[in-house]
Design a binder for this molecule. Structure first.
Ligand code: FAD
Ligand code: DHB
Length: 391
């Protein structure tokens, strides 16, 4: 089998790349180890920057997003039991949209299938070869049969635990890594959201975030220990912790309970590899970098990488040279590091660090107070939160 671009991974990055390449008349084959049902149901991110919505709209895959997505023009920072609104729209002219990652994935899969172009689920033993040559290959097995795909380019969109990044010879990549001493416990509940906008709460018991998937589906997160076992968190314990951490000084309790439909723990880590390329293999999205979730940058960064990569590939395949491909890693990393900084900053400002150093606590509150009381401080948060301009 032969194609122009072999794409490993059918997450938001791989699927969007396949679609943008199709629109540019470039052939690709997408390989995914999981089943279609699994990737369509996997609950992850939920907040799209305006630039992400614009990219999906231009690509013609945002009709349902515009119908069902919830547009947010502001958010609330809550500390010392008091809420402070950050007027995202007023400060930046931009807004964000709540629309689940799995909905983006469903829309992209539907678009891919409608083109009739290849998308293989439940493949096994995926491996990439001859990356330094002009004819790299991907091999895999499917239903017990071994396959080989000859490509011009391979896109490694296989997430943090994929095989593309580890296939690059040791010593050629530099990794930057930071672990945080906490994790997030997330739930999806059949209950109305606590508020019509997101609430990011700093509390002595730890961070909490109240977000949503629709007007009748709440998504809530709690800071927990990094090695926390979900079995230790009964529904009652989760709700009582949410009530406590989102409590307001005026006594109003906005957290509305309902049946918990899903629970999970997400580790918190910052990680980047440089460069995001080896020969004819290009890494994009979580395959090259992850951010802690505070600030919701993970999926947005994956989509921004793909926009840069798709444009470079279009130039390459239409005879306009390989300058774009040569510049891909540097261009993508300029944005990635700014999003890393923002995610680290939001995480540091809002979480409880064990040891509960009183100096650190005072500085966190002073920082929140500054962000909420200074236009410059609020703007710093707002312009990063809605997404810095695309390249
Ligand atoms: P992925 O979505 O990980 O897609 C990679 C795909 O490659 C997967 O479908 C995987 O099955 C497939 N794959 C893996 N190995 C192979 C292989 N060998 N061969 C073929 N296919 C392979 N971000 C936020 O902004 N906000 C959040 O609230 C948030 N919550 C998260 C919760 C969890 C539990 C996790 C894990 C991540 C969360 N993220 C969040 C991060 C966000 O979901 C990711 O940044 C986003 O999924 C990146 O997209 P991607 O396409 O690069 O990678
Ligand atoms: C969501 C997740 C985040 O990490 C965040 O900062 C905002 C929203 C969400 O899942 O809706």
């Amino acid at each position: 089998m032969r194609t122009q671009v072999g794409i490993v991974g059918a997450g938001p990055a791989g699927l969007l790349l396949a679609h943008l390449l199709h629109l540019a008349g470039i052939e690709s084959v997408v390989l995914e180890t999981r089943s279609r049902a699994y990737v369509e149901e996997r609950i992850r991110a939920g907040l799209l920057e305006q630039g992400t919505v614009d990219i999906l709209t231009e690509a013609g895959v945002a009709d349902r997003l515009h119908r069902e997505g919830l547009v947010h023009e502001g958010l609330e920072l809550r500390f010392n039991g008091e809420g402070h609104r950050i007027d995202l729209k007023g400060l930046t002219g931009k807004q964000v949209t709540i629309y689940g990652q799995q909905e983006v994935v469903k829309d992209l899969i539907a678009a891919r299938l409608a083109t009739g172009q290849p998308l293989h689920f439940e493949v096994e033993e995926v491996a990439v070869h001859d990356l330094e040559s002009e004819a790299p290959r991907i091999t895999w097995t499917e239903g017990g049969t071994a396959w080989e795909l000859r490509c011009d380019i391979i896109a490694g969109c296989d997430g943090f635990h994929g095989i593309c990044r580890p296939s690059i010879p040791a010593g050629l990549l530099r990794a930057y890594d930071r672990h945080y001493p906490f994790a997030w416990l997330g739930i999806l509940a059949a209950a109305p959201p606590a508020s019509h906008e997101l609430i990011y709460a700093r509390h002595e018991r730890g961070f909490a975030l109240a977000t949503m998937r629709s007007t009748s589906l709440a998504r809530l997160y709690l800071q927990c220990a990094p090695d926390e076992e979900i079995a230790h968190w009964s529904d009652d314990r989760i709700w009582s912790e949410l009530h406590a951490r989102l409590a307001r000084r005026d006594g109003i309790d906005q957290v509305q309970e309902g049946p918990i439909l899903q629970k999970g723990i997400t580790a918190m880590r910052s990680y980047v590899v440089e460069p995001m390329r080896h020969g004819r293999l290009f890494l994009a999205g979580d395959a090259a970098h992850i951010v802690p979730p505070t600030g919701a940058k993970g999926m947005n960064l994956a989509i921004a990488d793909i926009r840069v990569l798709a444009r470079a590939l279009e130039a390459f395949f239409t005879g306009r040279g390989s300058e774009g491909l040569d510049a891909y890693s540097d261009r993508a990393l300029a944005r990635i590091w700014k999003a890393q900084r923002f995610s680290w900053w939001m995480t540091s400002m809002l979480h409880r660090f064990d040891g509960g150093d009183p100096f650190e606590h005072k500085v966190q509150v002073a920082e929140l107070d500054y962000v909420c009381s200074s236009r410059a401080g609020a703007m710093t948060l707002a312009e990063n939160y809605v997404g810095l301009p695309l390249d």
